[in-house]
Design a binder for this molecule. Structure first.
Ligand code: ZN
Length: 209
């Protein structure tokens, strides 16, 4: 039997998934590592896996190949080595390097958290400005911050809503958008600056007392 056959018949997909860091619950469900999964959509059986959300599907070799970004052949070799079927080390160092790299899905989840907290913070700030800087009389020239709040508040709210209630594709779209052209970084820097200004302002007020 070639390495594919040996691996397929002797290694359980669920065991392999768990060995490679995908936690499978007692119903055989897991958070899918192939899309930005929030509720366990991945079904892992003894001889195959299937994701009900993104449609990823295959056997233990497909799984390992996808997860680690390896060719099917390298994935089979890796499984054979990791499960003690052969003593041959997997083909090259790249295998280990890829293993060490965070999987795409995990990175996506981390980015999602960062996007959500920055957008949420910006949303609260704009809400505050909307009240704090609202013109007192119709004749008063509106404060820049009030204008900014008017322009951005509903859009930012929409993005936060998508992250909270959107499906995985909508969430991924928001995250992708925020990660393009350093938008997230810019927003984070901006929020930091605003916080500093606020603190300086408070200090000045304390001083005046
Ligand atoms: Zn999936």
């Amino acid at each position: 039997m070639n390495v594919f056959g040996t691996v397929k018949t002797s290694i359980n997909t669920r065991e392999a998934a768990e060995r490679y860091g995908v936690e499978v619950n007692r119903h055989g469900k897991a958070l899918c590592p192939f899309h930005n999964d929030r509720h366990p959509s991945l079904f892992v059986d003894d001889d195959h896996y299937h994701c009900f959300a993104c449609g990823e599907h295959g056997d233990v070799i497909d799984f390992t190949s996808k997860l680690h970004g390896l060719s099917l052949y390298d994935a089979a070799k890796k499984l054979a080595y990791d499960f003690g079927i052969t003593q041959d080390k997997p083909p090259d160092k790249a295998v280990q390097e890829k293993l060490n790299k965070k999987s795409e899905a995990r990175r996506l989840r981390e980015n999602e958290k960062l996007c959500f907290s920055a957008l949420m913070e910006y949303y609260k700030l704009l809400q505050e400005w909307m009240i704090l800087y609202a013109p007192k009389t119709p004749e008063e020239t509106p404060h820049d911050r009030f204008i900014q709040a008017c322009h951005h508040l509903s859009y930012v709210e929409y993005l936060v809503d998508l992250l909270v209630m959107g499906d995985s594709y909508e969430r991924t779209e928001v995250i992708d958008m925020m990660m393009t052209d350093g938008k997230l970084k810019k927003l984070q820097t901006y929020l930091k600056k605003m916080k500093k200004e606020e603190k300086a302002c408070e200090r000045r007020k304390d001083f005046a007392r």
